[in-house]
Design a protein around this ligand. Structure first.
Ligand code: IMP
Length: 206
């Protein structure tokens, strides 16, 4: 018997993320659709207090609007010295229209004079899938490291120029994309998510 293909919609307009998700779902009996197939899906306000809340809110809203399983993610940087800030405010830390460099510069300024040992931080990513009826599963991934004293590197995006992952001396932005993508919070979350997704999809077919 040929297994039935499940349609699934990705809750992101970011082409880099769409490509990452496509490779994640490779080999699974899933047809991936994107926002571009559903132009009428309403925008989702990311006002949750945690990455998990935001990812679930996006996935649930899109699943309800499209009648399909939806997958969304939310991610950001947590700095221990700043009590896990910028966290869910990572994208707009230095203001609604702030650039990546302005956000990173603000973190460096807030850590001015703070010793290396006290600059621990981590990238966090939560991936969530939701059904149109509101059932959800999620997986969290992290990439721990230390905030550098200055911006270094030109690869990647966001706070990559200021996070030195544990076990390395270069920042994420100094790494080749292949290396970053193999150790990142998103890769960690995706590996965990892949494991729970199969059962979730099978459960929907019953
Ligand atoms: P999003 O929820 O994945 O869109 O990420 C929100 C914000 O977190 C981004 O605007 C970045 O500032 C930061 N961020 C998320 N992932 C990364 C990453 O891989 N490197 C650096 N910054 C990131």
């Amino acid at each position: 018997m040929v297994p039935e293909t499940t349609e699934m919609i990705l809750g992101t307009r970011n082409h880099g993320k769409i490509a990452e998700f496509r490779s994640l779902f490779k080999g699974m009996q899933i047809k991936l659709l994107s926002f571009y197939d559903f132009p009428d899906v309403p925008p989702v306000v990311e006002d949750g207090k945690t990455f998990e809340e935001n990812a679930a809110k996006k996935a649930k809203t899109i699943a309800k609007a499209t009648g399909r399983i939806a997958v969304s993610d939310d991610s950001g940087l947590e700095v221990d010295f700043l009590n896990a800030v910028p966290g869910v405010y990572s994208a707009r830390f230095a203001g609604e229209r702030a650039t990546d460099r302005e956000n990173a510069r603000k973190v460096l300024k807030m850590l001015d004079g703070v010793a290396w040992e006290e600059r621990s931080a981590r990238f966090v990513c939560v991936i969530c899938a939701a059904t149109p009826k509101g059932k959800t599963i999620s997986a969290e991934g992290t990439c721990a490291g230390t905030i550098s004293f200055e911006m270094r590197g030109s690869h990647g995006f966001g706070y990559d120029p200021i996070l030195v992952p544990d076990g390395y001396q270069m920042t994420m932005a100094e790494m080749e994309p292949e290396l970053k993508n193999s150790i990142s919070h998103r890769a960690d979350a995706m590996n965990k998510f892949r494991k729970v997704l199969k059962g979730f999809v099978q459960g929907q077919k019953k």
